[in-house]
Design a protein around this ligand. Structure first.
Ligand code: NDP
Length: 273
């Protein structure tokens, strides 16, 4: 019998997840279906329970429900979802709802595996303190960067994030003007600025020679952040498409016990851009 999976979010119509998981299933010979479900904040929990009632085996959770899934839905939480306080992968098993988070692992696999850029020993700047930044911060710190700085417009949010991770990597925090005079090997834009074609107020000369500029946003070509990085001499530019496919592969591995080959799927999606 075909096992059922789905992604739930709002908006969801343009999600690439059904296509990505269909490709993974074809490639690995797994008999699954994967659909997209639109929910509201009010209907989110009941929509997930309905899907479980219909025999669903697992779900991906996307914007804006990752925190809700961690807080109100999961009966068991994987350690990396507990540190992130956000769930992007649900597993329905033996009457339990297990919550996991594959965003950080997906980002690392893209940066280190696909882009060949080890994080250990690098000076890292993480822009943003929202859901995406929370999801990727524990994974970045686990690689022992030389330094990790969080920058956010609302510095109180960045400080809250810092306090949670004092014991596991001790990140530092600043506002945008405070970045002046600092340089980084890896600058990750985990803000939603690129959605609105806006450049966060980064000072000039923040990229070291050989730096990687990584925007979690995808499907928008060169975002204002990536254009800025290019003009400032960053050696490598990347959008978040690779992370999207890698986090999906991590979910697929959890659900099916098989790791799909992500490269042909990334190439296929790039061909459609
Ligand atoms: P949130 O709404 O939770 O957080 C938004 C963050 O962006 C806040 O820190 C906010 O700062 C900051 N921000 C927004 N606009 C600006 C601006 N103009 N200048 C500076 N900072 C700004 O969003 P998420 O964390 O959920 O998502 C962030 C991005 O990551 C989205 O573009 C999303 O598509 C992408 N993403 C990509 C994934 C992938 O697989 N590639 C996975 C997950 C997310 P403040 O607190 O000061 O308001």
């Amino acid at each position: 019998m075909t096992d059922r999976y789905s992604v739930i979010g709002n908006p969801i119509a343009h999600s690439k997840s059904p296509l990505i998981h269909a490709e993974f299933a074809r490639q690995t010979g797994q008999d699954i279906s994967y659909t997209a479900i639109l929910a509201t904040r009010e209907s989110f929990v009941s929509a997930v329970r309905d899907f479980i009632g219909q025999g669903g085996k697992g779900m991906n959770v996307t914007v804006p429900f990752k925190e809700q899934a961690w807080k109100y839905l999961a009966t068991d939480i994987a350690p990396r979802a507990a540190t992130a306080r956000a769930v992007n992968t649900l597993i329905f098993k033996d009457g339990k709802i297990i919550g996991d988070n594959t965003d950080g692992a997906g980002l690392l696999r893209d940066i280190e595996g696909n882009l060949g850029f080890p994080v250990a020993g690098r000076r890292v700047l993480l822009m943003g303190a929202g859901g995406a930044a929370c999801g990727v911060l524990p994974a970045l710190l686990s690689r022992n960067p030389a330094a990790l700085t969080i920058v956010n417009r609302n510095i109180d949010k960045a400080r809250e994030l810092q306090e949670r991770f004092t014991a596991s990597g001790n990140p530092s925090v600043t506002d945008y003007p405070g970045l002046s005079g600092s340089q980084f090997d890896l600058v990750i834009n985990a803000t939603s600025s690129s959605m609105n074609d806006v450049l966060p107020p980064l000072p000039k000369a923040i990229f070291t020679a050989g730096a990687l500029a990584y925007d979690l946003m995808y499907g928008k070509g060169l975002t204002p952040f990536l254009k800025f990085a290019q003009s400032q001499g960053a050696a490598k530019l990347a959008d978040g498409l690779g992370m999207l496919v890698e986090q999906a592969a991590e979910s697929f591995l959890i659900w099916r016990g098989v790791r799909p080959d992500t490269r042909p799927v990334i190439a296929m999606l790039r061909g459609k851009e």
